[in-house]
Design a protein around this ligand. Structure first.
Ligand code: ASP
Length: 444
């Protein structure tokens, strides 16, 4: 009874505070309020009326639709945004040498931070070893409950070989766009941008003007979408919390907490400190300027959906030039996933502990390498890394069905790992800009 009263009081205070602040609040505060209200209402609903039909009705007919409209508004512009901005970025960079230099720096930084993330993850998992504590009965229950879903999510598996690279080159660009194959689209846009620099100026200029207008219009649509963000975020988080299985959370609590700890350590320890010591951005300023970015990543669970906000943050908050932000960040959203690599490494080791299949140090090093590679291949959408996780598991001889054990808590981990994913991209764009001689805006 006492806990219910406390929960009611917290919800009432939050609602009252939000109503008072709403009219004058800035967008990022509204998004945070939306996140808080959605989560509190979802937890309260689940707590007081577990499984009630009307609650699920609200999820299906109100919360989810609002959240999906917000998400779709963001996804809707990702293709024109990537095509327009990467092409323009490459074309404005002008010479091939500069494009190669910037691309090289970005890749180097992506790989270094992703490898650091996976190493942190594996080290923590070795130390805390939550997999050794799992009760075999709980393991059997989870395998039975999520086994079917795991099989459908993993699908026929992912082949990784020479064709993975060949397939980056699109056969049909319309098909590539329709399938939202980001690597293929980026490849096409880079080649198209380079070609624009090599044809006569009077022919290239009209196309660049059109692309400029396209990116401008798309940016306006992002503003519309972000105005919806406080409501969309509230809807998404409400649906997640109402549907979230607290029983699963309890049986996997140690695992979830260890992964969260790893993500927080990487975000605050590696990303935050690199921003401070490498780029000279005061610690708090860095995170304050990235507030909206982090909340958008957390609530959408998607690097792609967060890409527009990521570009906006780099340009408007830190003064990264357009051609760098629009070249590096789409690459990052597709190829650089620090949180995902950390999560994959930890989960592989966790499952090896659950199944009592020891992973030797050389195998763990192989896991780090595989995490870095597969984080490049994972799609920046909710749950995008699950099929690739299966690939790593199979490679190191751990049963891929083990994914069933963690699927029940994947959504919350997905939301959380997407935050370091996009923050790693932002950091890379800042690093590239700084090393290209840009004076970053580190004030405010
Ligand atoms: N949701 C992640 C992202 O979009 C990908 C994943 O780890 O599943 O960055």
């Amino acid at each position: 009874m006492a806990t219910k009263l406390i929960a009611a009081a917290v919800l009432a205070v939050l609602l009252g505070f939000s109503v008072l602040r709403w009219r004058t609040a800035q967008l990022h505060t509204k998004i945070l309020l939306g996140l808080g209200i959605g989560a509190a209402a979802g937890i309260a609903g689940k707590f007081w009326f577990p499984g009630a039909d009307w609650l699920l009705w609200i999820v299906d007919n109100v919360a989810n639709p609002i959240g999906q409209v917000f998400l779709r508004m963001l996804f809707m512009i990702v293709i024109p945004l990537i095509f327009g901005s990467v092409t323009l970025g490459v074309a404005s960079l002008g010479d091939l040498k500069k494009i190669g230099r910037i691309g090289g720096k970005a890749f180097g930084f992506f790989f270094a931070t992703t490898a650091a993330a996976a190493t942190i993850g594996l080290t923590l998992m070795n130390v805390i070893a939550p997999g050794r504590r799992m009760d075999p009965a709980v393991r059997a229950d989870l395998l039975a409950e999520y086994g079917g879903e795991a099989a459908s999510r993993v699908g026929g598996g992912v082949d990784f070989g020479i064709n993975t690279f060949v397939n980056i080159v699109p056969r049909n660009i319309v098909d590539t766009m329709a399938r939202m194959d980001m690597l293929g689209l980026i490849f096409f846009s880079i080649v198209f941008g380079i070609a624009l620099t090599q044809i006569p100026k009077e022919k290239a200029k009209p196309i660049m003007d059109i692309l400029d207008g396209l990116v401008e219009a798309v940016s306006r649509i992002i503003d519309y979408a972000m105005r919806l963000a406080p409501y969309g975020v509230a809807g998404l988080i409400f649906a997640v919390t109402v549907r979230f299985g607290t029983d699963v959370l309890q049986s996997l609590l140690f695992y979830v907490m260890t992964v969260m700890l790893g993500l927080i350590l990487h975000l605050t320890g590696v990303i935050g400190l690199l921003a401070k010591f490498l780029l000279g951005i005061p610690y708090r300023t860095f995170f304050r300027k990235c507030r909206t970015l982090m909340v958008t990543a957390f609530s959408t669970s998607s690097s792609n959906a967060t890409l527009p906000e990521n570009i906006k943050t780099a340009e408007e908050e830190f003064g990264v030039p357009k051609e760098i932000a629009s070249f590096v960040l789409p690459l990052g959203a597709t190829m650089n996933m620090n949180g995902t690599a950390l999560f994959e490494g930890m989960t592989v080791l966790f499952l090896s502990q659950v199944f009592a299949l020891g992973l030797s140090i050389p195998s763990q090093i192989a896991v780090v390498i595989l995490c870095v590679i597969t984080a490049v291949g994972a799609a920046g959408v909710p749950g995008g890394s699950i099929p690739l996780l299966a690939l790593i598991l199979t490679t190191v001889n751990i049963p891929a069905e083990g994914i069933a054990l963690i699927l029940g808590v994947d959504r919350i981990l997905d939301m959380s790992r997407t935050v370091p994913n996009v923050m790693g991209d932002q950091l890379t764009a800042l690093f590239v800009a700084k090393t290209e001689g840009v004076a970053l805006d580190t004030t405010g």
